[in-house]
Ligand binder design. Structure first.
Ligand code: ATP
Length: 217
């Protein structure tokens, strides 16, 4: 479904969010205080305008109140990012997502009303480190402090066996929720499903069990 988004700050982070949303068919308003940035990204969004997002009147003038979701992708100017979130929440924007540079910045953004704060550098750093330590883990979602869902490349020693034979539930306390077999996704696979080379298992469980499994060869 086509949705409307506004992205404030067209740096690397903001422009990447804006163009991804736009390419997926959504209506995207891009806002930046810097005219050159607006000029550079005008073809990657539906509309691009110059405005200072710390000024309520400027945001009203560009019709920000028509948007349910606004992303504040200003980072370095911490004061500007906090003020922008404050103004947007005061204007009644339902969902405000903001980028934080560090933990303190994030806490303040939540205090002034941000609905979701993202830490792109910290999160990407964690992902890279995880991948370096466990190259078989292609991606993961942290569900709670100790639990995750991971996409794990099957170790060679497991190919040619069925899920029942592998019995990951008994051996690792893990559940296989899907198998990606060269692009064919099997959701809730049956116990008789055979594991082939290059298959990717989507498994859920405790982080320490996932780690034991992902480090098998
Ligand atoms: P990135 O890390 O995403 O590349 P950056 O290093 O270019 O960002 P940031 O300080 O995070 O720099 O700013 C992102 C964008 O936000 C810049 O293009 C900047 O012009 C814009 N910006 C900064 N302050 C405001 C403001 N008050 N109103 C609107 N846009 C702003």
């Amino acid at each position: 479904m086509k949705k409307q988004y506004a992205v404030i700050g067209l740096g690397r982070f903001g422009s990447s969010i804006a163009s991804t949303l736009f390419e997926a068919g959504n209506e995207v308003l891009g806002i930046d205080i810097n005219e050159e940035r607006v000029e550079k990204f005008k073809d990657c969004v539906t509309y691009a305008v110059v405005a200072d997002s710390t000024e309520e009147e400027a945001l009203k003038a560009v019709g920000i109140r028509n948007f349910d979701t606004v992303i504040v992708a200003i980072g370095n100017d911490i004061q500007a990012s906090i003020l922008a979130v404050l103004v947007l929440k005061e204007l009644g924007i339902k969902q405000v997502i903001a980028k934080a540079l560090n933990k303190r910045h994030g806490q303040v953004l939540y205090k002034v009303g941000a609905d979701w704060v993202v830490f792109p550098e910290r999160d990407m750093g964690e992902r890279v480190a995880h991948h370096l330590m466990s190259p078989n883990v292609l991606d993961f979602i942290e569900l709670a402090k100790d639990y995750s869902i991971e996409e794990v490349k099957v170790p060679m020693s497991m190919t040619g066996k069925s899920l029942k034979e592998l019995d990951l539930r008994a051996k690792f306390n893990l559940s296989v929720i899907a198998i990606n077999s060269r692009g064919n996704i099997h959701i809730s696979p049956s116990p008789d499903q055979m594991i082939k080379e290059d298959d990717v298992l989507v498994v859920i469980g405790r982080n320490e069990d996932l780690k034991r499994f992902a480090n098998l060869q």
